[in-house]
Design a protein around this ligand. Structure first.
Ligand SMILES: *Cc1c(COP(=O)(O)O)cnc(C)c1O
Length: 375
């Protein structure tokens, strides 16, 4: 990642104690890298959950400028917020489908619902007939995840009774891979086989199948439209390694330092007792800022190339670190340390917490000063 000047002064003077920096150049790079990985497919961006916590409007605009025209969110409310931020030739899809009553909003905002059941097909068809014009939709089939989409039998019903689709213009037949981040998992090929059968029922329809992991499973998985999320944001698409460029850095300020003698309890529950005199620093971020309590005594931060371990439990708004490795007088209130950056990736922090990069990213919420880096 290129060196950028992170505006710590601005953040601290506005009362923030941490800076979440989002590199839009790296985002664009990842977009093009994914496109090169699936050169025959068109490419959508998954920007649900506020673009995995990075800001859906800003992320979507950047990707639109890079050529992306298809954007997936999870909820109608997310789509309604995103739609007016994008030019009208962008398409906004709603992955979680259409709950009863949401049809009017979907029509008004020109959304493309992912229809996950015959019942949703029936409601969208009725809505189209009332509107007196065709309405677009994606049809999702469950090829082996048991989460969302029609069962194969229901899709066969739909193929046999095409009048159920009256008024609906289907843009894509879609399914989602459950194990794409594990390239050797046999479920991938199983789902691909079911997808081929389902696709044969609607031979004229373009297919959307691959998420980030799927994009790296080879051309058979790419189909017409890939739908990556995490890889755009720098997370590892699979257990095979991470070719993506990091997008996020996180720095947090020290708010107090102290020296404690042998025998001093440290943090909630006194889970650590100093076994020698220690120097400690307290950071202004905690589990309410997306740093899981499971990181207690497990993770660290970096400062001038030195790792400083968490000591004691992660609190709601603060974390204590052991700075005894530093020379006397180093690291003072107002200095900032690296939580995510060149020394520690989102995948590193996730594995220290026993979770995945997706959960780390989506939890980095509002209490950081957000800084977007443009080339
Ligand atoms: C979240 C999601 C994606 C994106 O998945 P990544 O693993 O982040 O690339 C794609 N498709 C569906 C249906 C999803 O729910």
């Amino acid at each position: 990642m290129c060196e950028t000047v992170i505006p710590f002064g601005d953040a601290l003077s506005q009362g923030y104690a941490g800076v979440l920096s989002i590199d839009l150049t790296a985002l664009r790079h990842n977009y093009h890298l994914l496109q090169a990985t699936a050169p025959d497919a068109s490419m959508a961006a998954v920007v649900k959950a506020d673009a995995y916590g990075l800001g859906a409007a800003r992320v979507a605009q950047t990707l639109y400028d890079a050529g992306c025209r298809d954007f997936f969110v999870a909820l109608v409310t997310e789509a309604v917020a995103l739609r007016p931020t994008l030019p009208t030739d962008a398409h906004v899809y709603v992955l979680n489908g259409l709950l009863p009553g949401a049809e009017a909003l979907a029509v008004e905002h020109d959304l493309i619902p992912v229809l996950n059941s015959l019942e949703q097909v029936a409601r969208w068809s009725a809505t189209a007939q009332q509107a007196g014009r065709p309405l677009t939709a994606v049809v999702q089939v469950d090829t082996g995840m048991s989460r969302l989409g029609m069962q194969p039998d229901q899709l066969r019903t739909l193929a046999a009774e095409p009048e159920r689709l009256r008024g609906i213009e289907i843009t894509h037949l879609m399914s989602h891979l459950a194990c794409a981040d594990e390239p050797e998992h046999p479920a991938n090929a199983d789902q691909l086989t079911v997808m081929a059968e389902m696709s044969a029922l609607f031979p004229h329809l373009p297919v959307s199948f691959a998420n980030s992991g799927g994009a790296f499973l080879g051309q058979a998985y790419h189909k017409a439209l890939i739908r990556p999320g995490i890889a755009l944001y720098g997370g590892a698409p699979s257990t095979d390694g991470n070719p993506m460029r990091p997008v996020v850095t996180l720095h947090v300020a020290v708010i107090q330092t102290r020296e404690v003698p042998t025998g001093t309890r440290i943090g909630y529950g006194g889970t650590v007792v100093a076994d020698r005199p220690l120097r400690l620093a307290t950071l202004s971020a905690g589990y309410a800022d997306g740093l899981p309590r499971a990181l207690s005594n497990h993770a660290g931060v970096w400062w001038q190339g030195i790792r400083l371990p968490f000591i004691g439990r992660v609190s709601m708004d603060s974390i204590i670190i052991n700075i005894s490795a530093l020379p006397d007088g180093a690291l003072n209130p107002g200095d900032v340390v690296e939580l995510l950056g060149p020394h520690q990736s989102i995948d590193d922090l996730a594995s220290a917490a026993g979770t995945i990069s997706y959960e780390i990213l989506t939890a980095l919420r509002s209490r950081y000063y957000r800084h977007y880096v443009e080339a």
